[in-house]
Design a protein around this ligand. Structure first.
Ligand code: ADP
Ligand code: MG
Ligand code: MG
Length: 906
């Protein structure tokens, strides 16, 4: 079977094979070659080899195929590998199916040894040849021979000091030749051997190392965070070198076909003259812009021909990939080469805008637009921003520390952490953290993930920090050059200002401003349009794109989306976000309001049913008002109201001063309150006297709540509304519980109808959150109009984990791979999911009209939503701000069902 695929001179053996086999990089190189874009020739070893290699198979079986492909590269490049007179040099590059920026290894300038370096030197200049040689030694030492980077860096720093120069570019050929000798010595020291002279040995050493880099620590961590399967493996690309470091008419750079922060349709990018490979991404030198900006330093102004060629490539790429592309290019002596293209990482803002624009431009269909935006990305568009007024005031007060590039939009406020480890440590405590670094590297990934925002003082919009932050949806400012990070003293400084690690800082990822202290925030642009109505839709192209995208999603989803809302305010927000009803209204949240809790406590302390009724009489009108408010907000949409669920002790105070105060307020002896608290104490309250168990033992509580619901509904009808109440009984484990409580609900409804003369249509259903209820679904459904899976409790009880203290071992479980992730965040599809599927099927067997929904946290988690779609549920219910996420996730699930697989870009 063929496993090595040549590309070059307009011919690509791997064109059309796709990322699955060739990896993103290899597939992009093949496609670009076929499109006639100038790409240096090379070949790709497919990713499947990676798994075999890490399973212990040697690479020997590839030798003849690689030799053949290399011969084609030699022919296309017009140079021979290892030829002392005119050597072909190659890069050996990693490249997985899904891009993992900087996580794996690449080696440049391979093929140089003591004889080929002479050939290169006479062809292209001595200084240049030596610069390539030292870069090669450095990379090969680090990646293949495990020497680490430090000794090389140290030797370079020493040399710069000795020569009194600031950058490596100022070192002479003589200096570099000394450096090369030192580097060779470093390698001998570490390995006890000379550097491999034979280019073939170099090549195979590099191929093996690049395959192995799939399993390095940071790559694994990145895969875990981004849920990339470990068995994909990486492809290896071997490609003829082109040189951006051949003087001032050469350069290297990166570009985006559209702005990756805002999505605006403008070409965006950066370059460095006389530089190679990763110099731009590393963020060490501050790069220059591509487009003319009057500085005379841009690519457009300094190399207009290459710039024009780049614009042509941009069009070609978007037209054939139908997506925003992120490309790497190198200019050698004025000639442009494209070295990589991939679907560009983008912020949520850009994802939404680009998807909407591309539909208008006829590049993609509405369906594709829906598939282009990850549901989670929508959250960014809803996140708060800093109000202009407060920010201006802070600037006036002299708190502006500096300004950088706006790499990840949004507002972030947090305590300064100066290292990634510290960020992780601080984030585990209460306050949010902003990670502040000179530049970030792939090792910092866990710290970046733990931070609310990321600030760097060096690097451009395509530096590591910017790319990774965009992928994570984090607020990020990069290249804030006036700020100095002094890690040794635990400080950052700019102008006359300074701040210590642990101090508050505010970063605006939309404008690039960095301010000392904590700034308040205000609703985002989309919220101003959709919820507050303070900004007209026509004024916001972003809100327009957001709204359209969700309309396209609605037209394609089968699953309903409701919300969990306890107050009219929440209900309103959710409705404006598109909720089709309330899937969970928790009545107990209403009890906690200041003037009510006392009546509730009175009810709990009551010693006779009569006294209890008297206290409940006080609660009734309050609950009625709550429900009326919600019915007004939701009109004729269904409203599922759950009767009291938590154990009563949660409503009583437990600290001594609060006990005394409550006793005084209720005019009862403090001992009585204390006794009652002791009486209600439960060893395991979440499994205790709660939910329908309370309804059975204290029917008057449920009766009062049900009465409040129906009286409110009757009042709503009188107002001309047609409310749709659904009474939900929590924590059912047996059919008998439901039967008994259903009678209570029906009886109460009948009485209210008699009293008010209003007939209300309603449903009675139950939560399914106890495994026994799931198993007994067939029986229970006979007397239920609907089921709503309470997946939080269902997860807790299926696993036997307590939600309240699972945090003490879940992280270890995840780290050790015992669980793939937190089952409270994303549904355990295999176990808890099976109960969901089974209960749905069994319930519908006896009650084909049974409505089935879910109201746990999982209702707003995109992957869980996809599962609920497949399980055939009728709706999911989630918190108001997750409603847009669920709408999009439900549509993507429906489309995935249609096409068989989800395609994703970001
Ligand atoms: P990564 O996936 O980390 O970006 P790459 O394989 O893309 O790694 O390579 C790292 C850097 O080296 C990039 O800037 C790339 O453009 C450059 N590079 C790779 N191959 C070549 C080549 N054949 N000629 C010139 N530069 C190259
Ligand atoms: Mg790259
Ligand atoms: Mg529950």
């Amino acid at each position: 079977m063929k496993r090595v695929f040549f590309f070059g001179n307009g011919r690509a053996e791997g064109a059309g094979l796709g990322k699955e086999r060739l990896g993103g990089k290899g597939s992009g190189l093949a496609e670009m070659t076929a499109l006639g874009i100038p790409v240096p020739p090379g070949f790709t070893i497919e990713a499947a080899v990676s798994a075999e290699y890490s399973g212990g198979t040697s690479l020997d079986g590839l030798r003849s195929e690689v030799a053949q492909a290399l011969a084609k590269v030699e022919e296309a490049a017009g140079r021979r590998f290892g030829d002392p007179a005119n050597p072909l040099l190659v890069s050996v590059r990693s490249g997985a199916r899904s891009s993992m920026p900087g996580m794996m290894d690449t080696i440049l300038n391979l093929g140089l040894n003591s004889s080929t370096v002479k050939g290169l030197s006479s062809a292209a200049g001595e200084r240049f040849a030596l610069d390539c040689r030292r870069r090669f030694l450095q990379m090969y030492g680090d990646v293949v021979l495990n020497t680490g980077k430090e000794d090389f860096e140290e030797a370079l720093t020493q040399m710069r000091k000795q020569k009194g120069v600031a950058s490596d570019a100022e070192l002479s050929a003589q200096d570099l030749s000394e450096i090369v000798a030192r580097f060779e010595a470093i390698i001998r020291q570490h390995t006890g051997k000379n550097f491999p002279e034979d280019p073939q040995d170099q090549l195979w050493g590099a191929i093996g190392a690049v395959f192995r880099s799939w399993d390095n620590k940071r790559a694994k961590e990145y895969r875990r965070l981004h849920r990339i399967p470990n068995d994909w493996g990486t492809a290896v690309n071997v490609q003829a070198m082109v040189f951006g470091n051949r003087g001032e008419t050469s350069a290297t750079g990166v570009a985006f076909t559209r702005d990756p922060s805002t999505g605006e349709k403008k070409f965006y990018g950066e370059f460095l003259p006389n530089a190679q490979g990763e110099d731009v991404v590393a963020g060490i030198r501050t790069p220059r812009p591509l487009n003319a900006d009057g500085s005379g330093r841009s690519l457009e102004e300094t190399m207009p021909q290459a710039h024009a060629e780049l614009l042509r490539v941009r069009d070609l790429l978007e037209k054939s990939f139908h997506d925003m592309q992120d490309l790497e290019f190198t200019i050698e002596d004025g000639k442009l080469y494209v070295l990589q293209t991939r679907n560009g990482k983008r912020t949520g803002f850009a994802a939404v805008r680009i998807a909407s624009d591309m539909v208008d431009e006829g590049l993609i269909s509405e369906e594709e637009a829906v598939l282009r935006v990850e549901p989670e990305q929508l959250v960014q568009l809803l996140a708060p921003v800093f109000p202009l007024k407060e920010k201006t005031a802070a600037v006036k007060e002299g708190r502006l520390l500096g300004k950088g590039l706006p790499a990840g939009p949004g507002a972030a406020c947090g305590r300064i952490a100066l290292t990634a480890d510290k960020a992780v440590e601080m984030a585990a405590k209460r306050d949010p953290v902003v990670l502040v670094r000179a530049e970030t590297s792939p090792e910092d990934i866990a710290g970046m993930n733990a931070s609310a925002g990321i600030l760097t003082t060096r690097g451009g919009m395509t530096s590591h920090a910017a790319v990774v932050a965009r992928g994570m949806g984090k607020t990020c400012v990069v290249g804030a050059g006036e700020i100095t990070v002094d890690a040794a003293r635990g400080q950052i400084r700019a102008k006359s200002l300074e701040a210590k690690e642990g101090d508050w800082i505010s970063i605006d990822g939309t404008t690039g401003e960095v301010l000392l202290g904590k700034l308040p925030t205000q609703p985002s642009e989309v919220l101003q349009v959709v919820i507050d109505g303070t900004l007209p839709l026509e004024k916001s192209s972003l809100a327009r794109a957001f709204t359209r995208l969700l309309e396209w999603a609605d037209a394609r989803r089968r699953l309903g989306v409701r919300t969990n809302a306890d107050t009219p305010g929440d209900a309103r927000v959710a409705r404006l976000f598109g909720a089709q009803g309330i899937g969970l209204c928790r009545t107990e949240h209403m009890f906690f309001e200041e003037h009510r809790i006392l009546a509730v406590r009175e009810m709990i302390l009551a010693e006779t049913a009569e006294l209890r009724r008297a206290a409940l009489e006080k609660i009734l009108p309050m609950q009625r008002e709550d429900f009326l408010g919600i019915f007004r907000e939701m009109g004729n949409r269904p409203v599922t109201i759950r009767l009291l669920d938590p154990p009563l002790h949660e409503f009583l105070p437990n600290e001594e001063p609060a006990l005394t105060r409550t006793a005084a307020e209720l005019k009862v002896p403090v001992e009585r309150v204390r006794d009652r608290v002791a009486q209600l104490h439960e060893a395991n309250p979440m499994l205790g006297h709660r939910g329908c168990r309370l309804g059975i033992t204290h029917p008057e509580i449920y009766e009062t709540q049900v009465r409040a619901i129906f009286e409110a509904a009757a009042a709503a009808v009188r107002e001309g509304l047609s409310p749709n109440p659904e009474v939900m009984i929590p924590l059912i484990g047996t059919k008998a519980e439901l039967d008994k409580l259903r009678i209570l609900v029906d009886e109460t409804a009948r009485r209210v109808t008699e009293e008010t003369g209003q007939k209300i249509s309603y449903k009675v259903g139950t939560m399914i959150e106890i495994p026994r209820a799931a198993l007994q679904a067939k029986e229970i459904a006979q007397n239920a109009d609907f089921f709503s899976f309470g997946t939080n409790d269902l997860t807790q009880m299926t696993f036997g984990y307590s939600r309240d203290d699972a945090a003490s071992f879940l992280p270890a479980y995840i780290e050790k791979g015992i669980l793939p992730e937190d089952p409270f965040a994303s549904l355990d599809q295999a176990g808890v999911g099976e109960l969901v599927t089974l209960a749905t099927e069994r319930g519908r067997q006896t009650n084909p009209k049974l409505k089935v929904g879910i109201c746990g946290e999982h209702g707003g988690d995109p992957r869980s939503v996809e599962f609920f779609h497949r399980a055939g549920l009728d709706y999911v219910s989630c918190s108001p701000f997750r409603v847009p996420v669920a709408r999009l996730a439900a549509a993507r699930a429906a489309l995935a069902g249609k096409e068989g697989s989800l395609s994703s870009t970001a």
